[in-house]
Write a protein that binds this ligand. Sequence first.
Ligand code: PPY
Length: 500
Amino acid sequence: MSDVQTLTGPEVEQHASRDSCWIIVHGKVYDVTDFLDEHPGGSKIILKYAGKDATEAYEPIHPPDAITTNLPTEKHLGVIDITTVAKVIKEVSEDEKRRLALMDARPPLDNIINMHDFETVARTVLPEKAWAYYSSASDDEITIRENRLAYQRVWFRPRILRDVSSVDWSSTILGQKSSLPVYISATALGKLGHPDGELCLTKAAGKHGVIQMIATLASCSFDDIIDAAAPGQTFFLQLYVNRDREITRKYVQHAEKRGVKGLFITVDAPQLGRREKDMRMKFVGDDAGAKVQEGQSDVKKDQGVARAISSFIDPSLSWKDIPWFRSITKMPIILKGIATAEDAILAYESGVQGIVLSNHGGRQLDTARSGLEVLLEVVVALRQRGYFPNPNFEIYVDGGVRRASDVLKAIALGAKAVGVGRPFLYAFCSYGQEGVEKAIQIFRDEFEMNMRLLGARTLNELEPEMVDATALTQHVVMVPQDNLYQNTYQPLTVAQFKQS
Ligand code: PPY
């Protein structure tokens, strides 16, 4: 084996041009000259760090091994003697100063009493780009808003006098114990919003018996997440299928070896939705806008963080691929992103172990219906064919869940569990691991109260008769305005920042 070369800062600085471009990432030096035009995010952003340490910019938006797997080994030049690298004194912008001051003035965690509070804090304290990426949804953002509204079109039919002194909301998901009928759904690029990224989720989930779904595009590496697990902690894996199936095969089999208990294949993203809040950010930063205006069509630059790194996803994925997935893993396979009864039937008949009725948090096809609404037709269609209920085929719903009462509605209508993404993401961006623990505690408190008030002592006692979902499929519901009441009603307020 050849000795690893140690390079110095001044040596790397010599290679700061398009003709010879070296960068430092995680203490190693790479020659990326030939890769510049292949970089999914464009060459300009790499050239900004030519001859320098690019780790800080690289880290939040790349899996740690992206560079090592994409660059041939002869381009791995050696390690850097970090003491010789000139320190970049970064000017803190006025905006950044304001943001840091707001971070200091966050409401104390004790004052956070619901999931909306986390979102309010995250919106204020997150760097603009992170907020734009996380919060954005596709096109007119109609579906993301509908995800919330759908829950409000379902009303409870509570039962009384059932001795609810003791209530239990624990569950199993794919046969795995879960302290809540909720799993942490996959969200990508966690380090855009918190330096510890998805590890905040892992640690809180491990402590409280909640299942975490690891995202293919997490900022933390898969192994770092698994290594941080508590004994016996359960994980699922969200999978974006690579055009290179060998990469996917290795990834899936590695996950299985490391104990992951369910493979959730994303099936609603053959192309990434246009998330305009995210796209607009690109025009503001990295002066990519100027280039577009010059008429140079480099699509990748004006497409936001997500689209820039999505080119590896295989749009040719089809039902024909399911047997191949079955052949490479024994993990239960779940299709994430089913949006009609027709596809739910195909999924069942393809032999997978479950489906997630999801519109990808409103980030893919705008005006796709909410998962909750889809659940109604899916349960009817599967039941008609004798496919439901079946303990070996579970149905999950995600999108728009902010309250335990939302979860109870979905379970009453036939879901086994519910995925929650953004609320946990916002919890850790605002307060780290502790925020996630608080979010779990809020869910617990809400489950306890709502199950008592609904007259359900266990999740098995939730039944369709406990909800009135007749308005769920009506997308416009007229409600007469009660102006006198409206004018005297005092709106609730969100958690207040300390005076700075
Ligand atoms: C999303 O942003 O909706 C994702 O699912 C993650 C993602 C991030 C970057 C590229 C492709 C998908």
